[in-house]
Design a protein around this ligand. Structure first.
Ligand SMILES: *[C@@H]1O[C@H](CO)[C@@H](O)[C@H](O)[C@H]1NC(C)=O
Ligand SMILES: *[C@@H]1O[C@H](CO)[C@@H](O)[C@H](O)[C@H]1NC(C)=O
Ligand SMILES: *[C@@H]1O[C@H](CO)[C@@H](O)[C@H](O)[C@H]1NC(C)=O
Ligand SMILES: *[C@@H]1O[C@H](CO)[C@@H](O)[C@H](O)[C@H]1NC(C)=O
Length: 388
């Protein structure tokens, strides 16, 4: 692998290409430094032994902490990738808030465990269920013990599921929360875009097959091989760049007015980050059965684990923190029909906001050129409301 890599680099240099850009890596800390902010990295250990890294842009003295939780296959970097005066994390920092950026287990910056390594099957034996029950409470306990104040949570996609699961499974945590702001909220998934609905469960069955034989446990981890494919396939040549963008569009939604292709390098360096096969399978179960329920192990195992043949639903009536929902009518994943079903069951909604753009996609919540005017200004107003 290294040999192929270095040969290719020499070959490209001979052709006069600069490969520096292509192989430059853009971790969250470097992006924060590039943009002129002071950043910190903190380690938090969960009850079940995962070591998560939390990034922080410290706020003014006694400022309210705001925790941003990324979605599926993302990392903390996606909250800063748009750059100064555009990224949500910086806009919050500019307002003086104490900004914390989560990294869920199994994503690029949270791949350690006190006893396990990423080669162990047990390491990858988690889904968003564990992120809600262990990761989020551990991060909130850590932050609130340092700053001695309640916290405001902003989640995107899977990040919102983690908040809902935490509040339904560990309701005592709500005492530490001032409010939840949910971007592209997800609980029910029965109405995802039809292509995803058709192909998701099929891919999940294949994933399950590999997983059962212990062949593959994780997906999309930013390994050298993966990075090389992305670098050559997506970054180097304009035509391939175009090709690559279109693969993205077919997964995320066809839209390019809000995508800034200059950001492709830092985005691809952080997305798709890793997660477990089990997590993807859990997602596909919710898509297939239109539920927001615990992991389905099959009837026999379910009886042992849950004392019922079907996995129990998460009890959304326990999500009692003041909740704001922000969604887009064009989102393939957080579909308006599913968001409306969620609105019907959440007990303490204080605001519902629809992004005013006809083609705003699931990932535009993080990297749309006009994210500030389309939704972040509104998010900041909500944060001000919650922090008073
Ligand atoms: C955080 O954990 C990582 C991985 O275990 C380790 O490499 C790093 O040194 C730790 N950093 C701090 C500040 O403890
Ligand atoms: C790690 O291993 C030690 C020793 O076997 C054990 O006591 C501890 O409970 C383990 N921790 C976790 C989180 O699994
Ligand atoms: C695209 O991103 C680059 C690099 O951050 C920035 O200089 C440029 O202004 C952005 N373009 C738009 C239309 O926002
Ligand atoms: C299991 O479920 C049955 C029927 O719902 C109930 O009667 C029983 O008490 C449950 N057992 C446990 C250990 O919760």
């Amino acid at each position: 692998m290294m040999h192929v890599l270095s040969c290719s680099v020499i070959f490209l240099s001979l052709l006069g290409f600069s490969t520096n850009d292509v192989f430059e890596s853009w971790p969250t800390t470097k992006l924060i430094e590039r943009d002129g902010y002071y950043g910190e990295t903190h380690n938090v250990t969960t009850e079940d032994g995962f070591i998560l890294s939390l990034h922080r842009i410290p706020g003014k003295l006694n400022s309210t902490p705001v925790l941003l939780i990324h979605g599926l296959l993302c990392t903390s970097a996606l909250w800063v990738v748009l750059g100064k005066e555009k990224s949500l994390a910086y806009l919050l920092a500019d307002e003086g808030y104490d900004v914390w950026l989560a990294n869920s287990r199994g994503s690029s910056y949270s791949m350690s465990h006190v006893n396990l390594t990423t080669d162990d099957f047990e390491f990858w034996d988690f889904s968003y269920n564990e992120m809600g029950i262990y990761d989020l409470p551990a991060m909130i306990d850590y932050i609130t013990s340092i700053v001695n104040d309640k916290i405001i949570i902003i989640g995107h996609s899977q990040g919102t599921m983690q908040s809902f699961i935490m509040e339904s499974e560990r309701p005592e945590m709500t005492e530490k929360i001032k409010g939840l702001i949910c971007l592209a909220p997800i609980a029910f998934l029965g109405h995802v875009e039809w292509r995803i609905k058709n192909i998701g469960p099929v891919l999940a069955k294949i994933a399950n097959f590999f997983r059962n034989f212990g062949l593959l446990n994780s997906f999309g981890v930013q390994t050298l091989a993966f990075k090389t494919i992305l670098s050559f396939g997506c970054k180097l040549f304009k035509i391939q760049n175009y090709f690559c963008q279109n693969i993205y569009y077919s997964i995320i939604g066809f839209e390019d007015h809000q995508f800034n292709s200059t950001l492709l390098n830092p985005i691809l360096d952080n997305y798709p980050a890793g997660t477990s096969f089990k997590n993807l399978i859990h997602f596909s179960q919710d898509v297939e059965f239109n539920v927001f329920a615990k992991y389905d192990y099959g009837e026999g195992e379910n009886l042992k684990i849950y004392n019922s043949s079907k996995p129990p639903d998460y009890d959304l009536s326990k999500v009692t923190s003041p909740t704001a929902l922000i969604y887009s009518k064009a989102d393939w994943y957080s579909n308006p029909t599913d968001v409306e079903a969620l609105i019907d069951v959440l007990p303490n909604i204080i605001d519902v906001y629809v992004v005013d753009h006809p083609k705003f996609t699931h990932m535009d919540f993080l990297w749309a050129i006009d994210a500030k005017s389309l939704l972040y200004d509104h998010v900041i107003d909500l944060v001000k409301k919650f922090s008073n």
